[in-house]
Structure formats: structure tokens, C-alpha cells
Design a protein around this ligand. Structure first.
Ligand code: AMP
Length: 394
């Protein structure tokens, strides 16, 4: 795979697949511009090296051409952040789009309309991909969050370009996954949490190939505790995954991976901040009560393991961190990750909710790398070669 630094952009038109799928509030204002900000270095790199940018993205999941999901809505924010003019094209293909793109001058930027206005995009349609490719000389993919999707603009399109590479954001994502999965500095600790074990079983099974310690917290821990014969009261668990948890634990033993499950939990008789609360042994949660955070003994244990690690992967909160009563466990893990990072560990955080937690505790700048891809990161950790990344190497 080529690096963006090996490509000459001078007088070239560059198709950049970005991820501008940003959230909006009811008044139509962008509530989080992180994804736009994350794409700026690649855009600026291409411009400063004499190229013109054709930016393309999806927004939401439109059925047909839904004006509510027009990318025109992000133009003011994009202009403000880039401090440059950006031309909006009402269509991503067609005669007018082609004409405008072929007349683009070095340093100019256009944004195409939402690619998903055409169902051909998600169907990975070859003719649609070919038409998109005819707009530019070079293909850059900087949308890590969609690299696990085999779509026209993320995968199919790449075959029509001689010059193609990951953008600076995607390159960083690929590098940090390599740092974690190939030759990581040991000991390696994975902290896996969140509500459901089913969404992360394949990840846990695969990372066992390179981790030394596996910390399991959050709602998913209760399916493991149930497998071990514990009484979990009304805590969340998945009956059809108990066997998988048993298999994970046996595999960990075979591979000499230390598994750390919660020992105590903070329970409540309601899924809210206003119910009764108490700390119990994780194997003794009474009926009518549910575990909503790890307890203090567990938090201390997890902190010790994290602080003794040289490489850390964190995906998923330790409890219902959105509610102030149940955020302590996730906060203590976050603090331990920060301390370990300050002491030289490499820490990588990914997955929507862990990133939300990191933002809530305002420690975004205190960890080594925050991945921008939820599903994409999970699939990479499952050991899959993602279609969007594979397409850049062919
Ligand atoms: P996931 O998307 O699988 O990473 O799950 C994240 C969600 O899991 C967050 O919204 C948390 O509130 C939720 N969660 C974490 N721990 C628990 C728990 N013990 N019981 C119920 N939900 C939980």
C-alpha cells in the first residue's frame, strides 16, 4: 500500500472519500464536528501540494434523495474550519458534476452531494463507482469509519485508479492497529466492556492471540458470571451466549491469558439514578437488583492491572457511565489508562461509547490514540482485512 507522502498531487484532481456523517440537533445544527476536523489534515495536505479536492461522503441512511440528509448542510461548518471556499455540487455524478470537476483549478475544493442518494453506493455498483472515479486522477480514502463496508466509494472505486492511498487519518488508524496487533510491547491488556457480550465475542476470541490480560467489565460481564454459576439478580445477560463465555474462559486458560472479571458490583433496584443502591459480591446479586457499575474492590484491581501494562486497548464502558451514580468504575479505568500512558504505555481507545466516556471525563488528549471507527475497529480487531483497506492494496 502506498503512503500519501509518496504521491505527487501537483495539478491533480483528488477524490477524497471522507466521513462527514456528523450528528445534527433538531434545529439542524451540527452537534459534534470531530469527523470534519479529523479530515482536515488530508485535505490541507493535498491543497498545499498543488492538488484540487473532490470531497465525497455519505450522511445518514437516506432512502432516495432526502433533502434532510443533504451534505449542503455541512458547507458552512466546512468552510469555517478550512478557512477556504468550498463549492457544493448538487449531484455526485452526471454531466454537470463532471464538467465542474474537470474545470477545477489547483487549490479548489468541491463537495459532492450525499453518495447514498444513489442506492448504487451501498450496493457497491461498479458503473456508479466508475463514474465517480472519472471525476479525478487520484483516489484517497480517509473514512476509516466506513472501511468495513464494501461500498462503491469505499472499495469498488479503487480499482479504477493507478494512484491511491489511505489519507492521513486512515494511515494513523492502520498504524495504531499494527502497533497493537503486531509485536506490541508487553504486557498487553485489553479492557472490554459495554452492554452486550454478543457484539464482542469474536473480538475477544481474536485478541486472545496477542493479549496477556483481559479485563471484562460492564453489562457483558454478567454472562460470564452466570457461566461461572453466579447469582446475578436482574442484571443484563444473554442466555444464548453463556456457552460462548465458557469457551472464551477455557481458551484463555490454554493461551495463558489472565482474565479479570468483576468481584464486586454497584447494584440498584432501578435502572436509574434515583433507586436504592448497594455494593454486593458479583456472584451474589439479589433478585430485584441489577449490577450497573463495577464496585470499588474491582475498580482497584483493574487499576493495578492497567497500570502494570505497556500496551492497552480499551473498548466499552465498565457500567452505565451516562448516569452519574454509575460512572465511577469507568472513570477509574479511564484515570488508570491516563496514568499508564503518562508512564510510557501505548493506549488505544475505540468504539462509540468508550470515546463518549473519554470525552465526558475530558481526557481525549491524555491517551495515545482514539480510533474514529466503531464497527470498523471491532472488525479489524476480529482479524478481518477490511474491504476499504484491502482495495487500497490491490
Ligand atoms: P456497547 O455499545 O456494547 O459498548 O455498550 C455501551 C452501553 O452499555 C452503554 O450505553 C452503557 O450504559 C451500557 N452498559 C454498561 N454496563 C452496563 C450494565 N451493567 N447494565 C446495563 N447496561 C450497561
Amino acid at each position: 500500500m502506498k503512503s500519501i507522502s509518496e504521491i505527487s498531487f501537483n495539478s491533480k484532481k483528488v477524490f477524497i472519500r471522507v466521513d462527514f456523517n456528523v450528528p445534527f440537533n433538531d434545529s439542524g445544527e451540527i452537534t459534534d464536528s470531530s469527523r470534519i476536523i479529523a479530515a482536515l489534515p488530508t485535505i490541507e495536505y493535498v491543497l498545499s501540494n498543488g492538488g484540487a479536492c473532490i470531497l465525497a461522503s455519505h450522511l445518514g441512511r437516506p432512502v432516495g434523495k432526502n433533502p434532510e440528509l443533504s451534505l449542503k448542510k455541512i458547507i458552512p461548518e466546512l468552510k469555517k474550519l478550512l478557512r477556504k471556499d468550498v463549492m457544493f455540487l448538487e449531484d455526485s455524478i452526471g454531466v454537470k458534476t463532471k464538467e465542474t470537476c474537470s474545470n477545477l483549478k489547483n487549490g479548489q475544493i468541491v463537495l459532492l452531494e450525499n453518495l447514498r442518494f444513489y442506492e448504487e453506493e451501498t450496493k457497491a455498483d461498479i458503473d456508479f463507482a466508475k463514474e465517480l472515479s472519472s471525476l479525478a486522477d487520484i483516489y484517497i480514502n480517509d473514512a476509516y469509519g466506513t472501511t468495513h463496508r464494501e461500498h462503491a466509494s469505499t472499495a469498488t472505486i479503487a480499482q479504477f485508479f493507478g494512484e491511491k492511498a489511505p489519507g492521513m487519518l486512515l494511515e494513523k488508524e492502520i498504524e495504531s492497529l499494527k502497533k497493537l496487533m503486531e509485536n506490541p510491547k508487553k504486557p498487553v491488556t485489553a479492557i472490554i466492556g459495554g452492554a452486550k457480550v454478543s457484539s464482542k465475542i469474536s473480538v475477544i476470541a481474536n485478541i486472545m492471540g496477542f493479549v496477556d490480560n483481559l479485563i471484562i467489565g460492564g453489562g457483558m460481564a454478567y454472562t460470564f458470571i452466570k457461566n461461572n454459576g453466579g447469582r446475578i439478580g436482574d442484571s443484563i445477560f444473554e442466555a444464548d451466549r453463556i456457552k460462548d463465555c465458557g469457551e472464551i474462559l477455557s481458551k484463555a486458560k490454554q493461551k495463558n491469558v489472565n482474565v479479570f472479571l468483576p468481584e464486586d458490583v454497584l447494584c440498584s433496584n432501578e435502572f436509574s439514578d434515583s433507586g436504592l443502591q448497594k455494593v454486593t459480591d458479583v456472584y451474589e446479586v439479589p433478585d430485584g437488583w441489577q449490577g450497573l457499575d463495577i464496585g470499588p474492590k474491582t475498580a482497584y484491581k483493574f487499576e493495578q492491572v492497567i497500570q502494570g501494562s505497556s500496551t492497552i486497548l480499551w473498548n466499552g464502558p465498565m457500567g452505565v457511565f451516562e448516569k452519574p451514580s454509575f460512572e465511577k468504575g469507568t472513570k477509574s479505568v479511564a484515570d488508570a489508562v491516563v496514568k499508564a500512558t503518562q508512564n510510557g504505555a501505548y493506549s488505544m481507545i475505540g468504539g462509540g461509547d468508550s470515546v463518549a466516556a473519554i470525552k465526558k471525563f475530558n481526557i481525549q488528549d491524555d491517551v495515545s490514540f482514539i480510533s474514529t471507527g466503531g464497527g470498523a475497529m471491532l472488525e479489524s480487531l476480529e482479524g478481518k482485512l477490511l474491504p476499504g483497506i484491502k482495495a487500497l492494496s490491490q
